[in-house]
Design a protein around this ligand. Sequence first.
Ligand SMILES: Cc1cc2nc3c(=O)[nH]c(=O)nc-3n(C[C@H](O)[C@H](O)[C@H](O)COP(=O)(O)OP(=O)(O)OC[C@H]3O[C@@H](n4cnc5c(N)ncnc54)[C@H](O)[C@@H]3O)c2cc1C
Length: 263
Amino acid sequence: MSSRLDENDSIIVFDKVFVPYENVFAYGDIDKVNNFFPRSGFLPRFMFHGCTRFAVKLDFIAGLMLKSTEATGVKDFRGVKAQVGEVLAYRNLFWGLTDAMARTVTPWTEGHVSPNIEYGLAYRVMSNIVWTKIREIAENVLASALIYLPSHSNDLKVPEVRKFLDPYVRGSNNYGAEERIKLMKLVWDALGTEFGSRHALYERNYFGNHENIRTEVVMLAEVMGQADKYKGFAEQCMDEYNLDGWTVPDLIDPDDISVVMKR
Ligand SMILES: Cc1cc2nc3c(=O)[nH]c(=O)nc-3n(C[C@H](O)[C@H](O)[C@H](O)COP(=O)(O)OP(=O)(O)OC[C@H]3O[C@@H](n4cnc5c(N)ncnc54)[C@H](O)[C@@H]3O)c2cc1C
């Protein structure tokens, strides 16, 4: 994955450049600029896409975790099983969020809907937390298996080296040395290498820094009226009692039923 799928990060400096204003997206149209985020549908759609690709990534990592704990022989320990179960639960959670986004849609322009934005915002924050957690689980349960590996596939082609790799680098549960090495290299590639670490950095900063992605959940709740709804619910509860006790007929105070107080 490192050699084929990594993104090329680079800095492009436009030191001296002519920008024809007629080619600038929405130049001079303040309404269009101001409405891009709230009205264009960009926000819920990018989060729908983001959550789906994240869930696929979790399918992949779930398979790697199941296989690698098999190969190291720890899969049946209760603690390890619990950790792998947690990874599978994260996988299920994010597929659940994509389903929820697609099925409980938000009205958009006339005759159209967009993926549910609240569930999208939930994905945006939770993926941030979950990927970090998954890396921690993998490093805890796989431990040195991630680096108890030869450095190059050529080592397996050298008979003088191979004769030591086969018995000493083999796995449990019938994983031969070659299969175990191939698997562990893949897990390390996904999680620990420069490629893996960049992905972790990416998940933590996917469309917004760690604070923005959280504060925007509050902002949207305020804009959509949800914040007032939640506050109203809390206030409804607070309205049901005062300094003298309950104010609603279905709740009773101690002195309503206390034989002693009634005397
Ligand atoms: C691997 C990777 C891939 C990326 N790929 C893409 C991509 O394909 N497309 C794309 O558009 N972007 C991409 N990004 C950029 C990403 O969206 C930003 O990194 C992210 O939005 C965070 O912004 P930032 O790095 O400018 O950090 P900042 O927003 O500067 O945040 C850094 C820290 O400073 C704090 N901070 C920021 N402003 C203030 C303030 N005013 N007052 C107090 N504290 C503040 C933040 O809370 C945070 O702790 C990528 C980033 C990474 C790391």
